[in-house]
Ligand binder design. Structure first.
Ligand code: ADP
Ligand code: MG
Length: 214
């Protein structure tokens, strides 16, 4: 299946090819169309299977059909466990948007550095926020960002988010989202804790399980 069959805009499909990718990986082929259909997704696929580009394609495709943001609101939120991952995901989103000729404002928030530049950075507005849980809530508490406009929530590395003890922060983040939002949960492993969180927070999710090829 070529990228153009995933249901993403042609410019975005072309952007994937410009990045040197020939075909969607299995997790991309199996999650992008259902996510673009508006369904919640629970995806389990091993490390290195292309999960980041999977949800990046979804978020950028959705952005093209959404009304412009309001000040201090993002329409999409990606929650990740670590600063390194936040930076990587932000880079992936920006590069893909650039190759697609798409004006997407991506904001990356993580702890361990001064919050002030991050608060200032939000003043120009944002479309997609990529954040670690603690710093995201700090920024919200500083009233630099509200989550009431988030239409799509991605939890990336959900297993690690829970391993690192972020369950309470995730509950609070979800409580700040609009009642109707779409959730995409990506994980490398699928332990009981992830299953329980998915059951509590996803609505009739499409489950995608990509088994590693030997
Ligand atoms: P995961 O999050 O599943 O561990 P990543 O999203 O980090 O995996 O992607 C792993 C690698 O695969 C990255 O180097 C990425 O650039 C590459 N990749 C992503 N999509 C494709 C594709 N369709 N074809 C080939 N390589 C891809
Ligand atoms: Mg990943």
């Amino acid at each position: 299946m070529p990228f153009s069959d995933l249901g993403i805009p042609p410019a975005l499909a072309h952007a994937m090819v410009l990045q040197g990718y020939v075909l969607p990986t299995p997790v991309q082929a199996q999650t992008v169309p259902v996510a673009l259909d508006g369904k919640d997704v629970l995806a389990c696929a091993q490390t290195g299977s292309g999960k980041t580009a999977a949800y990046a394609m979804v978020l950028l495709a959705q952005l093209t059909s959404r009304t412009p943001h309001k000040p201090r609101q993002a329409t999409a939120l990606v929650v990740v466990p670590t600063r390194e991952l936040a930076t990587q995901v932000g880079d992936t989103l920006r590069t893909l948007a650039q190759h697609a000729g798409q004006a997407a404002r991506v904001t990356v928030l993580f702890g361990g550095v001064s919050i002030n530049p991050q608060l200032m950075g939000l003043r120009g507005g944002t479309d997609i926020v990529v954040a670690t849980p603690g710093r995201l809530l700090d920024v919200v508490d500083h009233r630099a960002l509200t989550l009431g406009g988030v239409q799509t929530l991605v939890l990336d590395e959900a297993d690690r988010l829970l391993d690192l003890g972020f369950a309470q922060e995730l509950d609070r983040i979800r409580s700040l989202l609009p009642a109707r939002h779409q959730s995409l949960l990506y994980s490398a492993t699928f332990p009981a804790a992830v299953r329980a969180m998915a059951q509590a927070s996803l609505h009739s999710p499409v489950e995608v399980n990509v088994v590693a090829e030997e």
